[in-house]
Design a protein around this ligand. Structure first.
Ligand SMILES: Cc1cc2nc3c(=O)[nH]c(=O)nc-3n(C[C@H](O)[C@H](O)[C@H](O)COP(=O)(O)OP(=O)(O)OC[C@H]3O[C@@H](n4cnc5c(N)ncnc54)[C@H](O)[C@@H]3O)c2cc1C
Length: 533
């Protein structure tokens, strides 16, 4: 590959939004490990939270975000992202994004944006495209990108590691110079040099046995940044979505929070509503509270799932508002207009990540991170529903503005080609799949919704063994994308466990039975990990 001005790793909302904005200023490479639309973004259902109604205000959206974040948000960052949201939404509409609209009552056919409501939001403020918002965002952004001659997309290309000046042995200040990238079809490792590198690789849901995330979510960005020496914070805060479809044949299918927003009620298998005792907002309580209440209900009753019931709404409304959920459930033999939906909690969102400011700057010169991979301070100890797409949009814009207004000086370092060493073909891929399963089971069993120190320590020991084994395997064999993902989920798992052990309290999504309450001394304290390079 030739050198680029901008190297963008990932083609979700963060990577594509950034690429579009920097394209007029230089040559852009988007490297993405599957096909271009495959991303968490593509599966987002509920929508984007933004203040667009007269009934709503920035102040209320800020308050809801801070409440969900349980004392750990950075209020300045929260305000910036929320206040800049409406302008970014307007740009997305300008690009051709179609949000759902509704007729304004008592007018002759006038229309307005149809705003949804989700858990933890005090107002209707979720802009959505029916229940396929993410798919529509990817469509609109990829369409706009197809008209940009400065942008080249490299599909089926896997970023292995960041190239940094420190790793190459140049001086003190660490500077990112690009990345080594595996062409999955050619099997060749290419060197992609760039003045600016953006990590937009999303989250790490696949670290857990049950997740709403697609297969791409293996924590590659967090692992790469950590190996390169960047600070990673608050990885203990993994959000579990309370309602993933429970069906032996359904893989990671989310039942959007908007179903509860439109009146869906959680019940035990016996039909008893159990959220009344858990929170005043009942089924619409913040996600961590709902997920824990479901976990408790399942543990107490021994049931494999609970039920989400929206059958009291008219069938026409359900089919019109949730066409994707309706059709998908129907394929599994569940008619959601007539019967409740069996659901379980599943790992959904990584609130922590690579430490950045609101402009996406990391501690490493020339390296920026935006979207789920980054930890800006917006989410604190728990993400408010639908704030993540908003964060990605706003921070991608700010990062693009920063690197185009004040670009880092081009780096003049000689970059060596990737070293294969004495690697030979792996003949025991069973080791990779076995270790992969072991990590995901271990995290689910010991580092899930309810934690204890003993469980965390047990997980830490197992992950340390696995990391050692993977390290040997990685250096002895030719790299494959399976092996690279295994190495990355092991690193992400290790970061989650170590961060959870560092926090001696229960706060937001980190619930530890050994410290059942929040410790005021830990309010506003992040758990930060750095790999000494
Ligand atoms: C089922 C589901 C529903 C959701 N619903 C909502 C919602 O309604 N509202 C909301 O705000 N949020 C929602 N979220 C969360 C939200 O979708 C994500 O946080 C957001 O889309 C992340 O965007 P991103 O651009 O940071 O990453 P992603 O969209 O995940 O994109 C990451 C990209 O990086 C690529 N990549 C990863 N590793 C590598 C590598 N090593 N080399 C090359 N490429 C790589 C991937 O292939 C992908 O293209 C939902 C998430 C899921 C899973």
């Amino acid at each position: 590959m030739k050198p680029f001005d901008f190297l963008v790793l990932g083609s979700g909302i963060a990577g594509l939004s950034f690429a579009l904005k920097v394209a007029p200023h230089g040559r852009v490479a988007i490297v993405t490990k599957k096909d271009r639309a495959e991303s968490n973004t593509n599966y987002a259902q509920g929508g984007i939270a933004a203040v667009t109604s007269k009934e709503d205000s920035f102040e209320l959206h800020v308050r809801d975000t801070l409440t969900a974040g349980a004392g750990l948000c950075n209020e300045k960052v929260v305000r910036t992202i929320i206040e800049e949201g409406p302008a970014r939404i307007a740009e997305l509409i300008e690009l051709g994004m179609h949000f759902s609209e509704r007729e304004i009552p008592r007018t002759k056919g006038a229309r307005e944006l149809d705003l949804g409501k989700e858990g933890g939001h005090s107002k209707r403020r979720i802009l959505h495209a029916k229940d396929v918002t993410g798919r529509e965002i990817e469509r609109a952004l990829l369409h706009a990108i197809s008209h940009q001659p400065n942008i080249e997309i490299f599909e089926n290309h896997f970023a292995i590691d960041l190239i940094t000046s420190q790793k190459l042995g140049y001086g003190e200040a660490n500077r990112c110079l690009g990345a080594y990238v595996l062409g999955k079809k050619s099997g060749q490792v290419e060197t992609v040099a760039a003045t600016v590198t953006l990590l937009a690789t999303g989250g790490c849901g696949k670290v857990y046995l049950y997740t709403t995330n697609p297969d791409i979510a293996t924590g590659d960005g967090v692992a790469m940044a950590y190996r390169a020496g960047a600070a990673v914070a608050n990885m203990e805060f993994i959000q579990f979505h309370p309602t993933c479809l429970y069906h032996p044949k359904a893989k990671s299918f989310l039942i959007s929070e908007a179903v509860r927003g439109e009146g869906g009620v959680l019940k035990s298998l016996e039909g008893v509503e159990f959220m009344d005792a858990a929170h005043p907002l009942k089924s619409l309580a913040p996600r961590d509270i709902v997920a824990r209440a479901i976990d408790r209900e399942m543990k107490q009753s021994g049931a494999d799932c609970v039920l989400l019931d929206i059958t009291h709404q008219p069938a026409r409304f359900i089919i019109e508002r949730f066409p994707n959920i309706y059709q998908t459930c129907l394929r599994y033999g569940i008619d959601i207009t007539k019967e409740p939906i069996p659901v379980v909690p599943a790992a959904h969102y990584q609130c922590g990540g690579v430490v950045t400011n609101v402009d996406g700057e990391t501690e490493i010169g020339g390296l920026y991170a935006v979207g789920e991979v980054a930890c800006t301070g917006l989410h604190g100890a728990n993400r408010l529903a639908s704030n993540s797409l908003l964060e990605a949009l706003v921070c991608a814009h700010r990062a693009a503005r920063l690197v185009t207004a004040d670009p880092p000086a081009p780096a003049d370092f000689k970059i060596p080609a990737w070293q294969f060493g004495d690697a030979h073909n792996p003949d025991e891929m069973v080791v990779v799949s076995h270790n992969w399963d072991e990590i995901r089971h271990c995290l689910w069993d010991y580092v899930g919704i309810v934690r204890t120190n003993k469980r965390l320590q047990r997980a830490q020991k197992r992950i340390a063994n696995l990391l050692e084994e993977i390290h040997d395997y990685y250096w002895n064999f030719i790299v494959t994308s399976d092996l690279l993902e295994l190495r990355n989920i092991a690193t992400a798992a290790d970061l989650i466990v170590r961060s959870a052990l560092l926090r001696p309290e229960s706060r937001g999504l980190n619930y530890n039975l050994d410290y059942p309450a929040a410790n005021p001394e830990w309010a506003q304290r992040d758990t930060v990990l750095r790999n000494p390079v």
